[in-house]
Ligand binder design. Structure first.
Ligand code: CA
Length: 488
């Protein structure tokens, strides 16, 4: 009998070890701003769920991804908003089909899990970036004076709708990567008019909400400084100067800090990274080529980290640290871009006919639910790019979840940058489970090194068998006095 019990315990321990995630090492950052934003954009998540994608927690249970993100330290959600990403028959352009209605759903689920919302208005019907700033279909042909009126109305109405759906809006972004234009206006004077009209609408909506402007290509240091001067010259009212930072394109971290320090020091603005990401592998899992893959964006001077979950976490920490180093304590935070845009069907283990069948099934899902970066229906609005090259996710290898929706160890970086010690996690693998009690027992027998801060669960200054017993009770769901599984 004793032997049987021993075999069972051994089997349970083996299983626990197998499902226990890999360890992650992240050094704590001493943040100058206690409310430093550890944000994530997961705009595509509703369309993924509609495509049948399921997300899990670290224990392997199906879970609301918003809850999982919050539990892992994410405190802010960013959502892009397009005016009308649908054709006249109601077919979505893809990329999550992110209209105001989608933002309402994402904003509510974020608020339900204690996360604020950054509303990222593109003021376009589809992707706005340095090369594209096309006005929404219904704004085409309007004078800039009429656009000033309509952008203000649209902004305030949309924010009210999202707030009334239950979202906790903390910040609003006036345009996306607006280096070259805004809502179909390209002159400096006209862009400034729209920045101001939309910003006034945000102030009217709620004077506590921060207004962000957003540019990209921070490697062009002088251009970034020029934008900060330009906004000041045109008396554009805003709070946060934000840039994208993708390390394979956007220069060094020291340059990033310099670029963000300029508006902070000269104009007293907050500064942040509105988008960053990094690949945890070079493997594609959905049959649509990834931005970072073998021979593509996978080498260069500023790629300081491995393409592993640890490397992904290291990148996030490094970017947060660069923002934290912004002068005058004006570094506000970092948003990770599309940390959950995973595959709608894993192709990575398939070949031949099976691969083709899975890819075709994925294509149907992308077209039906908008879960890829673009659908064929976008051709009427963006014939030269999205209408030609539509397909799936180009960033499934930059998510914090694997192709089956399980969290990667790297997700914990959002928590570990604040505190790297979880009470009870004596073996430092990021989870409190039976292995931690075992580790303490082995430690008592001088067989194992452990994290003593984490292992001293009752806080009496010593690691003893009592601590192991408390962990065992906690695992057996017996109430204990200590804050197990909380950051020390
Ligand atoms: Ca892909």
């Amino acid at each position: 009998m004793k032997k049987l019990v021993s075999i069972i315990i051994s089997a349970v321990l083996t299983l626990a070890f197998m499902i226990s995630p890999e360890a992650l090492k992240v050094d704590k950052i001493n943040f100058n701003n206690p409310d430093f934003i550890r944000g994530m954009d997961i705009s595509s998540v509703i369309s993924l769920e509609n495509s049948g994608v399921k997300f899990y927690d670290a224990k392997g249970n199906e879970a609301d991804i918003f809850k999982t993100l919050s539990e892992n330290g994410v405190n802010y959600i960013r959502v892009r908003v397009w005016n009308n990403p649908f054709d006249k028959d109601g077919n979505g352009y893809g990329g999550g089909n992110n209209d105001v209605n989608t933002a309402c759903k994402i904003g509510k689920r974020a608020a339900d899990n204690n996360m604020k919302l950054l509303v990222d208005f593109h003021y376009s019907d589809f992707w706005a970036d340095p090369s594209k700033q096309k006005a929404p279909k219904s704004w085409e042909g309007l004078t800039v004076e009429n656009k000033e009126i309509i952008i203000a109305e649209y902004t305030e109405n949309s924010l009210n709708e999202i707030k009334n759906a239950g979202a906790d809006i903390g910040m609003v972004q006036i345009g996306n990567e607006t280096n070259g234009g805004l809502a179909g206006e390209y002159s400096e004077e006209n862009k400034a008019k729209l920045f101001k009209a939309a910003g006034e609408a945000v102030r009217e909506f709620n004077s506590e909400v921060k207004i962000a402007v957003h540019f990209t290509n921070p490697e062009n240091t002088e251009t970034m400084k020029y934008f900060a001067d330009y906004l000041n010259n045109y008396e554009v009212d805003y709070d946060v100067f934000a840039v994208s930072y993708y390390p394979y394109w956007h220069g060094s971290l020291s340059n990033l800090t310099e670029v963000l320090s300029y508006p902070a020091e000269k104009y007293g603005k907050y500064a942040m990274v509105a988008e960053t990401s990094y690949a945890n592998t070079l493997t594609d899992t959905d049959g649509h080529p990834n931005t970072v893959s073998e021979y593509s964006n996978n080498s260069g001077d500023n790629l300081l980290w491995d393409f592993t979950p640890q490397g992904q976490a290291d990148e996030v920490r490094a970017v947060m640290n660069a923002v934290n180093n912004v002068k005058n304590n004006k570094g506000l935070g970092v948003f990770y871009w599309e940390g959950a845009w995973i595959s709608v069907g894993d192709t990575s283990t398939l070949s031949g006919t099976q691969y083709t069948e899975r890819l075709n099934a994925n294509k149907k899902l992308w077209e039906s639910f908008g879960s890829g970066w673009a659908c064929s229906y976008s051709v009427e609005y963006d014939a030269d790019d999205a209408g030609k090259y539509y397909g799936g996710s180009a960033v499934d290898n930059q998510a914090f979840f694997n192709a089956q929706g399980k969290p990667l160890p790297s997700l914990k970086v959002f928590k570990y940058v604040y505190s790297d010690v979880l009470r009870g996690d004596s073996n430092d693998d990021g989870e409190v489970d039976i292995l931690d009690a075992t580790a303490i027992q082995k430690h008592a027998a001088k067989l194992k090194d452990i994290n003593e801060t984490a292992a001293d669960v009752n806080g009496d200054g010593a690691v003893t068998i009592t601590d192991a017993t408390i962990i065992q009770k906690y695992i057996a769901k017996i109430e204990v006095e200590c804050n197990i599984n909380q950051l020390v």
